[in-house]
Design a protein. Structure first.
Length: 146
């Protein structure tokens, strides 16, 4: 699969201006990587820096891209809504500046009862700028009655 040919909007329930990832670089059942250019007009940019909230949302949307990719291309299902269940061990080393490109990588550690636990790293080039653990809850589609 050529990941760079996938329109990220096809994988996410979010729409502009709330899309916080640029493109999918890689995805399999465990690992996902996205690339995002920090733009001045982003709603989470303040004083030319991408805020902590923006970084957290970027990680969450990398998780959403993973779920969207698996649903669309592997399971042939619709996109599902996901929600941040918890954030632990968030370390912000610095805030990326407008014009910088960040690479976000997540690794799924566990998936139980619609909850996924991931570890995440956010880098600008080779520099680690943030890391965290996140739990994502996925809303199950209601069963259709006959």
């Amino acid at each position: 699969m050529e990941f760079d040919k996938i329109d990220i909007h096809e994988l996410l329930p979010q729409q502009e201006p709330f899309v916080m990832i640029g493109k999918l670089l890689y995805c399999d059942m465990k690992k996902t990587q996205t690339l995002t250019e920090i733009k001045a007009g982003n709603i989470f940019v303040d004083n030319n820096e991408f805020s902590a909230s923006g970084i957290i949302e970027n990680i969450a949307q990398t998780c959403a891209a993973r779920i969207g990719y698996i649903n669309k291309y592997i399971l042939k299902k619709d996109i599902q809504l996901g929600f941040i269940g918890a954030i632990r061990n968030l370390n912000l080393h610095r805030y990326p500046k407008t014009g910088e490109t960040i690479s976000t990588s997540i690794t799924a550690l566990e998936e139980v009862f619609g909850m996924t636990l991931v570890t995440a790293t956010v880098k600008a080039g080779d520099e680690l700028i943030a890391e965290a653990e996140m739990k994502i809850a996925v809303k199950e589609e209601p069963e259709k009655s006959e």
